[in-house]
Design a protein around this ligand. Structure first.
Ligand SMILES: [Zn+2]
Length: 327
C-alpha cells in the first residue's frame, strides 16, 4: 500500500517552482528539507475491527489522518506520513526516519517480531522519541505481552457505546495533554474497559467520573495515560472512536499537548500514580453501588443473560425438530 508522503508532495511543489523560475530541479530536490522537522509515522491498519475514523473509503486519507495532517501543518511541530501497511513501514530500517509513531490499529498486525521488539524496546527509549496510541491501539496485539505491557492495558469490552455521554475527570490538569480539557470534560464517545491494566506503571491522566456518568460500573475506568519508556514517552488515549471526535478542538489540542510534551517543549509529570487508580476504584464502586450496580448485580445480570440465551437456543432447536417431524 502506498505511504502517503507529505515530503514527496513538498518536493513536487519545490520542483515545480524550480521549473517555473528556471533553475535546476536537482538543486531543489537536494534541498535539505527532509529532516528539518521531526517526523511522525501514523499507522492506521486494522486487522481486527475497522473504525470509521481510519477507514479511507477510497479517499486519500481517513478522518483521523486528515485531522492529524491538519495538526501537523497548523502547528509545524512535525511532518507526518500515513501507512496502512505495517509489514512494510514498521521496520527497523524505516523507523530511522521518525521520532514519533502513532498507532490507531486493531488486531494482530503483520509486523516482523524483531521489528516490533525494536520499536517497543529500543526505538521508543531514545530521547525525543514518542509513541501515541489512539483508541483501538489497546485492541491491538491483545495476546502479545510485549505489546500490552508496553501500552499499559488491553481492551475488554465497551459498556459505554458510541452514543453514550460520559463525564471524564482529569487527574492532572497541568499536563500538556490534559490542559485543553480543564478538570472535567463531557463527551459522547465509546469508552473501553481494560484487562492487563497496570496502574503501577503508568500515570493516569483522565478517568470516567462514575458519579457523574449515568451508566455505572463498580471499578476504575482509565481513559488516558502516559508513561516514560527509557528516555522516550508513551501517550495513550481511549478517545477517537467517533469520526467527529477528530473534529473536537479540545481533543486535537490534547494531541498537540502530548506531542509538545514528548518533544520536551512543555513539561508534564510522568511518574506513575497507582494511588489515583486505587482511589478511583473505590469512588467508582461507591457511586455504582449507590446507583444499584455492584459486582454482584453485574454477575447476576450476566447469568440471567446466559440463561435467556440458552433458553432461546433450546426453543430454536425444538422448533427445528418439530418442523423436521412435520415434513
Ligand atoms: Zn471503537
Amino acid at each position: 500500500m502506498k505511504l502517503y508522503d507529505a515530503l514527496d508532495a513538498r518536493r513536487v511543489v519545490l520542483m515545480a517552482l524550480a521549473i517555473l523560475i528556471g533553475c535546476s530541479t536537482d538543486l531543489a530536490a537536494d534541498e535539505p528539507v527532509a529532516f528539518e522537522k521531526p517526523r511522525m509515522l501514523m499507522l492506521t491498519q486494522s486487522k481486527g475491527y475497522r473504525h470509521g475514523s481510519v477507514n479511507r473509503g477510497g479517499q486519500l486519507m481517513a478522518p483521523a489522518e486528515k485531522a492529524m495532517k491538519r495538526l501537523a501543518d497548523s502547528t509545524g511541530l512535525f511532518e507526518i506520513d500515513f501507512s496502512q501497511d505495517a509489514a512494510t513501514h514498521i521496520t527497523k530500517e524505516n523507523l530511522k526516519n521518525y521520532s514519533l509513531v502513532a498507532f490507531y490499529t486493531s488486531g494482530d498486525l503483520p509486523i516482523a517480531e524483531s521489528d516490533l521488539k525494536y520499536l517497543l524496546e529500543d526505538w521508543i527509549k531514545k530521547p525525543g522519541h514518542g509513541f501515541l496510541g489512539f483508541h483501538s491501539a489497546s485492541d491491538t496485539y491483545k495476546g502479545n505481552q510485549i505489546y500490552w505491557d508496553f501500552i499499559g492495558g488491553s481492551f475488554t469490552g465497551h459498556p459505554w457505546n458510541q452514543n453514550t455521554k460520559v463525564t471524564l475527570k482529569v487527574h492532572d490538569a497541568e499536563h500538556p495533554a490534559m490542559k485543553p480539557f480543564g478538570t472535567e470534560f463531557q463527551i459522547t464517545e465509546e469508552i473501553y474497559q481494560y484487562t492487563n491494566w497496570q496502574p503501577e506503571k503508568v500515570r493516569v491522566l483522565m478517568s470516567i467520573d462514575m458519579a457523574k456518568t449515568k451508566l455505572k460500573r463498580p471499578y476504575h475506568v482509565p481513559v488516558a495515560w502516559v508513561k516514560p519508556v527509557g528516555q522516550g514517552h508513551l501517550f495513550y488515549t481511549n478517545l477517537g472512536h467517533r469520526p467527529d471526535t477528530w473534529e473536537n478542538e479540545k481533543f486535537i489540542k490534547s494531541i498537540e499537548g502530548a506531542v509538545r510534551w514528548i518533544q520536551g517543549k512543555e513539561s508534564g509529570a510522568s511518574t506513575p500514580n497507582p494511588d489515583v487508580s486505587a482511589a478511583h476504584h473505590e469512588a467508582s464502586k461507591n457511586a455504582s453501588e449507590a446507583g444499584g450496580v455492584s459486582a454482584k448485580s453485574l454477575e447476576a445480570e450476566r447469568r440471567e443473560q446466559e440463561l435467556r440465551k440458552a433458553l432461546r437456543e433450546k426453543r430454536k432447536a425444538e422448533s427445528k425438530d418439530k418442523a423436521k417431524a412435520n415434513k
